[in-house]
Write a new protein. Structure first.
Length: 146
């Protein structure tokens, strides 16, 4: 892990281990932040009072789940988040696959992207183009016919 997260009540700052801010991700929130954890692919997953969000290595962020009650993240795996709720019970939430799709695009793992498109009924051509926004060479690399 080469990055650290500075998490305050209303802000997230991702910096290098030596606390050199490289403009990776700065997020300011109106809602209070609850907790966060890194997953295996260097994506920071964090919670607010009502949502589970992610911050990708390139600074992009997005929504990966919704919450009924506020929780504290204890562990993140590729498809789920383990949490503690206010009653100290462990719960698990399944993450939406969009952040894995964006991460694969960023890391240029086009075979994985194509397998996600082929094997999932969640993705339409417009969803793929929206996720690839800001990555101009992606469409030609994937040969998407939308």
């Amino acid at each position: 892990m080469e990055n650290v997260v500075l998490l305050s009540k209303h802000a997230i700052i991702i910096a290098s281990k030596k606390l050199v801010h490289r403009s990776l991700c700065i997020r300011l929130f109106v809602l209070r932040l609850q907790s966060g954890a890194w997953d295996d692919s260097c994506v920071f997953i964090y919670t607010t009072l009502s949502h589970i969000n992610c911050c990708l290595p390139n600074g992009d962020s997005g929504l990966v789940g919704t919450l009924d009650v506020p929780v504290c993240i204890t562990k993140v795996s590729r498809i789920s988040v383990s949490c503690l709720d206010e009653m100290e019970r462990t719960t698990s939430y399944r993450l939406m696959p969009e952040y894995m799709f964006k991460l694969a695009l960023i890391k240029r793992k086009y075979d994985y992207v194509m397998s996600m498109i082929r094997n999932s009924n969640l993705w339409t051509g417009n969803d793929c183009l929206a996720a690839a926004e800001g990555l101009p060479r992606t469409g030609s690399s994937l040969n998407l016919a939308v």
